[in-house]
Ligand binder design. Structure first.
Ligand SMILES: Cc1cc2nc3c(=O)[nH]c(=O)nc-3n(C[C@H](O)[C@H](O)[C@H](O)COP(=O)(O)OP(=O)(O)OC[C@H]3O[C@@H](n4cnc5c(N)ncnc54)[C@H](O)[C@@H]3O)c2cc1C
Length: 470
């Protein structure tokens, strides 16, 4: 087995938190078990990394070793009749949809980018724009394999080991290394979705529209204008998308093809998308973002008034954020953080409204806000609740940093008081105290399980150290 690299500086996806670790690329379960033995011997803890798309410090390990799993990326089996895939954890969401689409299958749950690996998405237990009926990704797993800190390799199903089946998804690599997953894909009638636009004028309208539409939608995602105030606080846009077949879309069959799904590499056939972020750069400040948000709102209002709908490929709808490669660079060298809170339905309007007002009062308006509906989940450390999530992207600069951290810590208090949750895939700011208040008894059970599985404490990340999970 090769040795870890010398120390390298790694960053969370948002670029706002960084630390150094030695990186070891592994491709077999034997190499992972050997790395665990070495960690126990040398007392140098290990963290895992897939594609590094967690916004904060979930895939960092200051002064330790990071196991890079991205090269463990074989599809082992795919049954095109049933849409069941068995794959190693370095396979990405992009690999997965490209494998399924020609056979009429799409991954059951995807994130807003196609870059993450299967290991990362199961370790975080991601949700998508269909969270209101599909729940998180672990609901669609038949089984997964894991190397436990003891070196033992287990295949885990909901029946042979319910405790670990419901604890490992969402455990962020702190209970063992997932090496393989068996996932049920979703059958789709065609390669396109029919997308329609609604333009709610306030947060309460936004929530009413979600409730009215959730029984008849395949996907629902809201965007909020963080600058809108007063009676228009929380105004925005909802995109509703539904599967369509040949009766609605003459292209339905042709679009079941990877080439038809991918958006073009250029804008208007001329400007390469790879340079687009440079054009965004001058707009990523309060003045520019206020204009961008207002323009987006005007356009949505017009589309909604005209009852316009359009066809869009699954990939274009799901991975909107991948349209502008490297867009995060437009936030500048301080990067960005995201704060995503999950609040029970009955409290969502009040708490999310209060969060918006607080950000405005402190002059820290988030530039991008995304709203989603979720379901309660059976997984131990789940972020989802029967309610709504609001994801807020904040630009980080040296002068705003301390105030932003304080704002997010105030948000944690609101989340804890309302019985809500936060999401470690996005978190960079929470404290051990706030996480103890938010996760309560589930956190105690998680820590007890960790002590049993990893008594020597060989698994660690910066997030785990910051939040007192290790
Ligand atoms: C633009 C963007 C949009 C996003 N949209 C969404 C969204 O819509 N919904 C959502 O839920 N999330 C979303 N995310 C978050 C993202 O899906 C998660 O952070 C996911 O975990 C990233 O996968 P990764 O392969 O990059 O994992 P990493 O970030 O590398 O790792 C994530 C965590 O998993 C652990 N880990 C990685 N591999 C393994 C393994 N094999 N075994 C055990 N532990 C492991 C790591 O230690 C770390 O704690 C988004 C992220 C970005 C950047």
């Amino acid at each position: 087995m090769s040795k870890p690299s010398s120390a390298v500086l790694l960053a969370g996806w948002g670029g706002a938190v960084r630390s150094t670790a030695r990186v070891l690329s592994v491709t077999t379960e034997g190499e992972i078990a050997a790395a665990f033995r070495e960690a126990a011997r040398s007392r140098c803890p290990i963290g895992f990394r897939g594609a590094g798309c967690s916004y904060g410090d979930a895939a960092l390990n200051d002064g330790g070793v990071i196991l890079d799993l991205s090269r463990m990326n074989r599809v082992i089996e795919f049954d095109p009749k049933l849409g069941v895939v068995r794959a190693e954890v370095g396979v990405t969401i992009r690999d997965l949809w490209r494998l399924g689409i020609a056979h009429g299958y799409w991954p059951p749950v995807v994130s807003g980018t196609a870059v993450p690996t299967l290991g990362g998405v199961v370790a975080a237990n991601i949700h998508g724009k269909n969270a209101f009926h599909a729940g998180t990704i672990a609901n669609h797993l038949d089984s997964f394999r894991v190397v436990l800190p003891s070196g033992e390799v287990r295949t885990i199903t909901p029946t042979n080991d319910p405790e670990l089946f419901y604890a490992i998804p969402g455990s962020f690599g702190l209970l063992g290394c997932i090496t393989e997953v068996t996932l049920r894909m979703r059958q789709v009638p065609g390669g396109n979705l029919k997308v329609s636009v609604v333009a709610p004028r306030s947060l309460s309208e936004m929530i009413l529209e979600f409730e009215a539409r959730k029984a008849t939608s395949d996907y629902l995602v809201g965007w909020i204008d963080g600058f809108a105030k007063g009676t228009e606080l929380g105004r925005g846009v909802i995109h509703q998308a539904n599967y369509v077949d040949l009766s609605v879309d003459s292209n339905a069959k042709f679009a079941l093809n990877a080439f038809a799904q991918d958006p073009p590499d250029t804008i208007l056939g001329i400007v390469p998308k790879s340079v687009l972020w440079r054009f965004l750069r001058p707009w990523v400040n309060d003045f520019g973002m206020r204009l961008v948000n207002s323009a987006k709102d005007l356009l949505a209002r017009r589309q909604a008034r005209l009852g316009e709908s359009y066809l869009q490929s699954h990939a274009a709808f799901a991975f909107l954020l991948d349209y502008v490669p490297g867009w995060k660079r437009s936030y500048g060298s301080g990067g960005l953080i995201q704060y995503q809170s999950f609040i029970p339905s009955e409290e969502a309007e009040r708490v999310h409204g209060e969060m918006l007002r607080l950000a405005q009062a402190r002059d820290l308006v988030p530039y991008l806000l995304v709203y989603k509906r979720h379901l309660p989940e059976p997984f131990l450390m789940t972020h989802a609740v029967d309610g709504y999530s609001m994801a807020m992207d904040f630009r980080v600069t040296p002068s705003r940093r301390a105030a932003l951290w304080a704002l997010c810590q105030r948000y944690d208090e609101l989340v804890a008081e309302s019985g809500g949750r936060i999401y470690f895939a996005k978190d960079a700011t929470a404290t051990a105290e706030s996480v103890a208040r938010i996760f309560c008894k589930d956190l105690d059970r998680f820590i007890a399980l960790r002590r049993r599985l990893d008594p020597a404490g060989i698994l660690r990340t910066d997030l785990a150290s910051r939040l007192g999970l290790v």
